[in-house]
Design a binder for this molecule. Structure first.
Ligand SMILES: [Zn+2]
Length: 327
């Protein structure tokens, strides 16, 4: 009877306090209005060597498989030579460095320690979302409109994915207008395993002289988006937040192949609460494949051979993600 009661207590305690990960056990410190852990504590737990050159703002962390570069007072980080944007800047206080556990959980760990899908679950169906369409032309480069470039790219990606054995859905096949919220809905209704929205950028959104590629995933609750103001402390949970760790890994893998395979500047993995990302219940990303406002980049965007290379890089990123998460 006593044993049974003891087991019941043990079971209850496990129900109430689920097993903590080593990251959960690191001491939390409140500093400059943010919650941090000591960089040294994290590095020791996960076996990273820290190199912090004198007078340098950059800190280098290395272990057998991964390399991380952090910059003091900055949200910009480099994970295995790919730029990602953190939610909270790296802090320094009395010679000690701090980083946010939220960034560790939602960006750095998903990339370094990829989350696995349920045993046997396979990625078979991919929903591609060519941005804009119909009455919404999107950005433009001269007389060419974003909506036609995204559709051409989506069709190219579709044909490569079909060849690789995937089932592919498009949120639009023609120059038609589709409401933003209908796009992830199409993916949800058809049980797509991944959602990829395709766009081209313009300097109005990115600053003068801007060029390069950036990949967005949904901002985790309470975290700060990369691209917007006024949503600091937004704690609402969107349906897409169920995939936070996979969203980050998918965005990272696609950004990585795009910058490695194409002569495009790395603007990094970013976070936004875009309508198309909020309600997709499968891992979802939005890729800005280059700037139509930059003359040299626009020339490449309109070049069919470059479009094929872009599509190939996106497919390679998707395949890399699939290899990492499937058991
Ligand atoms: Zn767009």
């Amino acid at each position: 009877m006593k044993v049974a009661f003891g087991l019941l207590l043990l079971w209850l305690s496990q129900m109430i306090a689920p097993a903590q990960s080593p990251l959960d056990r690191l001491e939390r410190i409140e500093l400059f209005g943010h919650t941090y852990v000591r960089l040294g504590d994290w590095a020791k737990t996960y076996h990273f060597e820290i190199a912090w050159p004198p007078q340098s703002k950059d800190v280098y962390l290395t272990n057998r498989s991964n390399h991380l570069v952090l910059t003091i007072d900055s949200r910009k980080a480099e994970l295995n030579r790919v730029t990602v944007w953190l939610s909270v800047p790296i802090a320094q206080h009395n010679g000690v460095l701090y980083l946010s556990p939220l960034d560790l959980k939602s960006m750095i760990h998903p990339v370094f320690y990829p989350p696995k899908t349920a045993a046997g679950a396979k990625i078979k169906t991919i929903c591609l979302d060519p941005g804009h369409g119909g009455k919404d032309p999107g950005n433009n480069g001269g007389r060419t409109q974003e909506k036609s470039c995204t559709l051409l790219l989506a069709k190219e990606v579709r044909s490569l994915l079909n060849k690789a054995g995937f089932k592919v859905l498009l949120t639009r096949n023609t120059d038609s207008f589709v409401e933003k919220l209908d796009r992830p809905d199409i993916a949800n209704r058809n049980h797509a395993d991944l959602f990829v929205s395709l766009h081209y950028n313009s300097a109005e959104a990115g600053g003068n002289g801007a060029r390069g590629v950036e990949t967005y995933c949904l901002t985790p609750p309470s975290a700060r988006s990369t691209n917007t103001r006024g949503e600091v402390g937004d704690t609402r949970i969107a349906p897409g937040n169920i995939q936070d760790t996979r969203n980050a890994l998918l965005a990272y893998r696609i950004q990585r192949t795009l910058i490695n395979k194409l002569p495009l500047e790395d603007r990094g993995v970013k976070r936004a609460r875009f309508a198309v990302l909020r309600t997709a219940t499968m891992p979802a990303v939005l890729i800005e494949c280059g700037f139509m406002s930059d003359p040299a980049e626009a020339k490449r965007i309109f070049d069919p051979a470059f479009r094929t290379r872009t599509a190939q890089a996106i497919v390679e990123g998707l395949l890399a993600y699939k290899r990492m998460v499937e058991q």
